[in-house]
Design a protein around this ligand. Structure first.
Ligand code: ZN
Ligand code: ZN
Length: 371
């Protein structure tokens, strides 16, 4: 059963808000978190008039609605679904379930209490691991106290007690990665050092310790210069495996996507990193040498900016067999993965539809026997 903890408290005490704040904190630590909301009354999620509502009204005991990005189920139950049944609905890839409510379950609890609302704290069964409060609360003397904005400390407690402490930080071997990058790229240049560090940071932020074997990572690179080779070396992502995507922005930047959690971080080399390197080694007369050495040693925040982003990947971008293959009606060449265009009702390859990056020579034209 997935590790679970209940967030309990009176009405309007801030249970949902706390869950909203714990989720990004825990996922930034590489944890995959599911949530369950327990409603003490009844809930209505199926809107009257909608197709699923009509299915249910006509007598369907279980209604499932599915699209390419979500699945939801409304199952009518005779009595309240037991806890084990609810937790079984969460698939095994999750590390943790945060449950809003279920204060009488045997699971551990985080109790929220806001005395300014004038309510008594609710009765709680099971062990209270933490009390989140804006004031004082007698009772639960063994539970440490937190303020509602102590999110990192609460996440620490959850990790310590439910998940056996923080996840192991990836053990990077920088010298080994640099020599591998130098071999792959042909020389060890400052771009290799920055690229290796950039990829390490991207993987760290996603909590992916073993990018080459995890099969979870897709990387968008934004330059076709040195650093991109280093990013390939560290991550093992390649164009041919469809785990490396090239967008021609001319920037030393890359976005790292965890295909399991959907989280993505974009890391960009700072414009100021060059000056930072020269400042770091003011006595080094050779700027190239200064960069090579400083990029190995400077802290991440002097070299890179990091931002959480979202990347919507379509089926046609993912690794695996092509979902689609068509023949161009002009040149007859095969086109995979939905890269064709329909022009005036004809299916064409991009080259025939909007002009190619190459031009046929006279001889080649003959070989094709074009009119
Ligand atoms: Zn280079
Ligand atoms: Zn064509």
């Amino acid at each position: 059963m997935t590790a679970s903890i209940c967030i309990v408290g009176g009405k309007n005490s801030g249970k949902t808000t706390l869950i909203e704040r714990l989720l990004p904190e825990l996922s930034a630590r590489g944890r995959k978190v599911a949530t369950i909301k327990h409603d003490a009354h009844d809930f209505e999620i199926d809107l009257p008039g909608k197709d699923t509502w009509r299915h249910r009204r006509a007598g369907s005991g279980t209604t499932i609605i599915a699209s390419s990005s979500k699945v939801a189920m409304v199952r009518l139950t005779e009595r309240e679904e037991p806890l084990e049944g609810l937790l079984r609905l969460v698939d095994r890839s999750f590390d943790l379930v945060l449950i809003e409510g279920l204060r009488r379950s045997p699971l551990p609890k985080i109790l929220i209490y806001r005395p300014e609302l004038g309510n008594e704290p609710p009765d709680v069964l099971g062990e209270v691991w933490a009390v989140v409060t804006t004031g004082e609360l007698t009772g639960y003397a063994n539970a440490p106290r937190f303020r509602p904005d102590d999110i990192a400390a609460l996440a620490d407690l959850i990790e310590q007690r439910l998940l056996g402490g923080p996840p192991a930080k990836p053990a990077w071997n920088l010298p080994a990665l640099l020599s591998e990058a130098g071999r792959h790229h042909g020389h060890l240049c400052p771009g290799q050092v920055l690229g290796v560090r950039l990829a390490m940071l991207g993987c760290d932020r996603l909590g992916i310790a073993d990018p080459k074997s995890s099969k979870r990572l897709i990387v968008f690179v934004e330059t076709d210069r040195c650093g991109t080779d280093a990013i390939q070396t560290v991550t093992g992502c390649t164009l041919g495996k469809r785990t490396l995507k090239f967008v021609d922005y001319g920037k030393l930047a890359a976005t790292f996507i965890d295909t399991e959690t959907g989280r993505a971080v974009r890391v960009c080399a700072l414009e100021s990193s060059r000056e930072a390197a020269l400042r770091f080694l003011p006595d080094e007369p050779d700027a190239h040498q200064a960069q090579l050495r400083a990029y190995k040693a400077l802290p991440d925040d002097e070299l890179f900016s990091v931002e959480e982003v979202r990347v919507d990947l379509s089926e046609n971008e993912l690794p695996g067999r092509p979902h689609r293959r068509v023949l161009c009606e002009t040149c007859g060449e095969g086109v995979n993965d939905g890269r064709e265009a329909t022009v005036g009702g004809r299916v064409l390859c991009r080259a025939c539809a909007s002009g190619a990056y190459y031009k046929l020579t006279a001889r080649r034209k003959e070989a094709r026997r074009e009119p």
